[in-house]
Design a protein around this ligand. Sequence first.
Ligand code: PMP
Length: 386
Amino acid sequence: MIPTKKIVMVPGPVPVSPSILQALGSETRAHTDPVFVADFQALLGDLRDMLHCDGIAFLVAGSGTMGMEMAVVNIASQKDRILLCSNGHFGDRYESICERRGYRMDVVKAEWGKSVTVEEVDAQLAKGGYSILIMTHVETSTGAMIQLKEIAEMVKKKYPEVLFLVDGVAAAGGAEADMRWGIDLYLTCTQKALGSVPGMMVLWANKRALEKRESMGQIPESYVDFARWIPVMVDTKQYWGTPAVNNIMALKEAMHIIKEEGYEARCKRHAEDAAMLAEAMEAIGFKVACEKPFRASTLSVFLYPQDMPVDDAAFRAAVAEEGGLIAGCLGAFAGKGFRMGHMANLDKHMLVAMAAAVERGALRCGMKVEPGAALAVVQKKLALRA
Ligand code: PMP
C-alpha cells in the first residue's frame, strides 16, 4: 500500500514550506561573505520591526530553552525579585531555570487549562518589591494564551519599575505581540509559528532591558551574554560565535513569507484556524481543554470524550498511520487528550488533511464518530475564506 504522507501536527516543529527548505539547502556561504552579512543584517531589522522593538533582536543558535535562559540571566541578579506566573509545564520550566540561578522569586500558578489573569498579576505585583515579571504567552502544555496586551499595558502603567519578560516560543509569528504595549523582552525559536526549522532562538530586548544588562557589569555566562552578541547584532560583520548560516538563510525566507502575508493578517488567520479546528474537533466529540477567552490561536489541547474512553497511545498511533502526527499531553492532561499545533504556513490542504486524519484515527479506534462531521466544519469555513 502507498504510505500516507505524514503532516506534522505537533505544536512545533511545524510543516516547513518548500522555499524555506530550499534556502536551508542552499550552498553554505562564509559568515564573512558580504551577501550573507547584508542578508543577516536585514533579517535582524525585519525581526525587530515585526514586534516594534526599539532595542535589539538577538538571533543565536540554540533552542527556545536557551532563549529562556539567555533572557533572564541578562536582566536578573541576586538583587532582583522575580514574579513568575506559570500556566503549566513551560512556565514551570522557567521556575527551574531561575531556581538554579538562586534568584529571589515568587511563583503564581494557574489551574491546568486556565491562565493567570490580569487582575491576579496586578494583585501580586501590588505587594511590592518586584523588578521582573515572567510569563508564557502561549503555554504549550495546556493551550492557554495569556491576555498579553492587557497585562503588558497594566504593568507599564502601574509598575514602571518592573521589566516584563515573555516566553513567546509557541506564539511569535502567529499570536500578536507588540513590544510597545509594555513588553521588555520576548523570545521564541525558529521551529514554531515563524515557520522555519529547529536550531535558532530569537530574543527581542528593548532599550530598557539593554540598559539593565549594562548596569549589571560582568555576568557568569559567556555564550549567551548580551554583551558578547550586541556588537554582532549591531554590525553583522563582527564575530563572536559562527552564525548558523543556513538556518539564517532559511529564517530569512520564512520572514519573507510572513511579510508577504502581513503580520496582522497572519495573526488573524491563526485565530480563525484555531476557532475552526476547535469547532471541527467538537463536532466529533472532543473537548477543548482550555476555556475561552484563554484559548491559544497557535495550538490546542483536545480532551477525549468522557463517554467514549479511548487508549491514548493507540489513538495517536492510529492518527499517525492516517497521516497526522499529533502530540501527547503533559502533566495534568497526560493520557486524557492530545495536542495539536496549528501554526505557521498551513494551507487549506493541510487543514483539511488534519481534520480528516483525526477523524479516520478516531473511527479506527472504534469511537462513535460521524464520518465527515469534522471535515464538514473545515470545508464550510475554508470555502468562505478568500
Ligand atoms: N517555551 C515554550 C512555551 C515551549 O512550547 C517550548 C517548546 N515546546 C519551549 C519553551 C522550549 O523550546 P525548545 O524546545 O526549542 O527548547
